[in-house]
Design a protein around this ligand. Structure first.
Ligand SMILES: NC(=O)c1ccc[n+]([C@@H]2O[C@H](COP(=O)([O-])OP(=O)(O)OC[C@H]3O[C@@H](n4cnc5c(N)ncnc54)[C@H](OP(=O)(O)O)[C@@H]3O)[C@@H](O)[C@H]2O)c1
Length: 209
């Protein structure tokens, strides 16, 4: 651990990450543990964002990467609500995780994918989809910059052609968000059948395998 950036064994965080990323010195016995579940998950930048936010607002919590094979088994195993009491959900679990939730927000149900899980104090779970809001608002900010002022109340996406590559959890969320804004949505996916579930899209194409 003496060498800067060195790890003591593969997969272990460095001393620098423990201190700067995970706010190790602020962790106490009653610190709540949040995280992102996925496989692979190590690439996710979510811990950078959430741990900085927790520190900034003084929330007694830490946010980790959770490498998870099976979402249902994960929540059954870690049933104490102080652990994984709030989770982000990423590749490849955004769709399959729906089955493990006690309640699903109506929009997430319509999309068929979740990225946000909250465990209530009674241990039951409720899941949401916030991917489509973040992604579409970023695209619309870009469109406003390109297109200039648009009439009040109008959406810069309205009537535009959106091409979504992929029909997994992220693809479904973005296609839904774009369609809600009045865009024409085209989806291209490797497996044609998986894209057919996206009823809110105009056109579906199969990508060559
Ligand atoms: N920046 C963000 O905010 C954000 C948010 C969400 C996701 N993401 C990223 O978006 C990506 C997709 O995430 P996801 O949750 O949607 O994953 P997912 O639900 O597992 O979906 C994976 C998608 O990729 C396709 N795919 C996988 N392997 C392929 C291959 N070898 N050739 C062609 N297509 C292939 C799948 O097609 P099939 O249907 O044919 O299997 C499916 O459309 C990930 O990289 C994730 O990190 C970013």
């Amino acid at each position: 651990m003496g060498e800067r950036g060195a790890i003591s064994a593969p997969g272990q965080p460095t001393a620098k990450d423990l201190l700067d990323l995970y706010n190790f010195r602020l962790i106490r016995p009653n610190t709540k543990v949040y995280g992102i579940i996925g496989k692979p998950v190590r690439h996710s930048k979510s811990p950078l964002l959430f741990n900085a936010a927790f520190k900034a607002v003084g929330l007694n919590a830490v946010y980790l990467h959770f490498l998870v094979d099976d979402v249902e088994e994960f929540f059954n195993t870690y049933s104490c609500i102080d652990f994984a009491s709030g989770c982000s959900c990423t590749i490849p679990h955004k769709e399959v995780a729906l089955k493990s939730m006690d309640e699903i927000d109506p929009t997430a149900k319509k999309i068929g994918a979740i990225n946000n899980i909250v465990r209530r104090p009674d241990g039951t779970s409720i899941a949401f989809n916030t991917d489509y809001i973040g992604a579409i608002s970023a695209i619309e900010d870009g469109l406003r910059e390109i297109n200039g002022v648009i009439p009040a109340g109008a959406s810069p996406s309205s009537g535009k052609l959106f091409v979504v590559l992929g029909a997994g959890g992220a693809g479904k969320s973005l296609a839904y968000g774009a369609a809600q804004k009045g865009a024409r949505v085209v989806v291209a996916n490797r497996t044609f059948g998986n894209a057919l579930a996206m009823r809110f899209t105009a056109y579906i194409f199969q990508l060559s395998k």
